[in-house]
Design a protein around this ligand. Structure first.
Ligand code: 0O2
Length: 221
């Protein structure tokens, strides 16, 4: 390649990734508005925190080779839908679903795919609600609809997933069987905690004078 061609490739790659950066900003703004309005109207913040990232070029290249995708920008755009990713961590499971409904119900958002790993956890115990949404971004050249993967989860699910991710990388994806079993057990403990915290929270928010929700003792309370 000549120096001019290399510069052109770099520029193309930069504008390609910039679109995803803009897509993230739009989704983050929507979530920020929902959080602030919710706090104002209901005196309650359903979002614990939001993090986002554009996939690194290295990680895009890994996925291209893992999935046998043609290494050109058009097929990457078509086949890799998590180049822009936002993670919304909520205190409670019902908030994760509520945020999902509020975001995906907006009429400029198009929902491409939903994977509900909260209702149907993965075999290893992973839980989260995933949606690939398309958000419109307006550039000087016109409108582009940018795919963004949004993951909704609770603090407990997030705690579990980040540890599992670290273990998976440490063992280069060959995690010993005992550790896998222990992770799965920890996922059950995390779900139990989510249930329990949600019940306590409901009791806290029940109108004064009303019958307090009964909180059963025991493992799945
Ligand atoms: P990172 O570092 O978060 O970007 P694919 O993305 O094509 O491999 P699929 O089925 O299209 O898989 O997507 P899916 O199932 O919606 O999962 C994509 C993302 O969800 C992953 O992105 C993780 O962030 C998260 N995820 C899915 N399964 C697991 C899991 O078992 N453990 C943990 N810790 N996270 C999971 P990346 O690109 O793998 O990683």
């Amino acid at each position: 390649f000549s120096a001019v061609e290399l510069r052109q490739m770099r520029d193309e790659l930069q504008s390609f990734l910039l679109e995803y950066q803009f897509g993230l900003r739009e989704v983050e703004t929507k979530l920020g508005i929902l959080r602030d309005e919710f706090q104002h109207t209901h005196d309650y913040n359903p979002i614990e925190h939001v993090s986002s990232r554009v996939k690194s070029p290295d990680s895009i290249v890994d996925k291209v080779s893992r999935k046998g995708i043609d290494p050109d920008l058009d097929s990457i755009r078509t086949h890799i839908t998590d180049i822009a990713g936002v993670r919304v961590t909520c205190s409670f499971v019902h908030d994760a679903y509520r945020l999902f409904d509020l975001l995906t119900g907006q009429d400029d958002i198009r929902v491409r795919v939903v994977k509900d790993y909260i209702a149907e956890p993965k075999e290893n115990g992973y839980k989260s609600l995933h949606a690939i949404v398309e958000v419109p971004v307006f550039l000087s050249t016109g409108r582009v609809d940018v795919p963004v993967e949004v993951q909704f989860r609770t603090i407990a699910m997030d705690f579990w997933a980040s540890l599992e991710h670290k273990i998976y990388y440490k063992y280069d994806s060959h995690v010993p069987q005992e550790l896998l079993a222990e992770l799965k057990d920890a996922a059950t403990t995390a779900s139990d905690l989510d249930l329990r915290m949600e019940r306590l929270h409901r009791e806290l928010r029940a109108p004064e004078g009303s019958e307090p929700a009964r909180i059963p003792r025991g493992r799945s309370a």
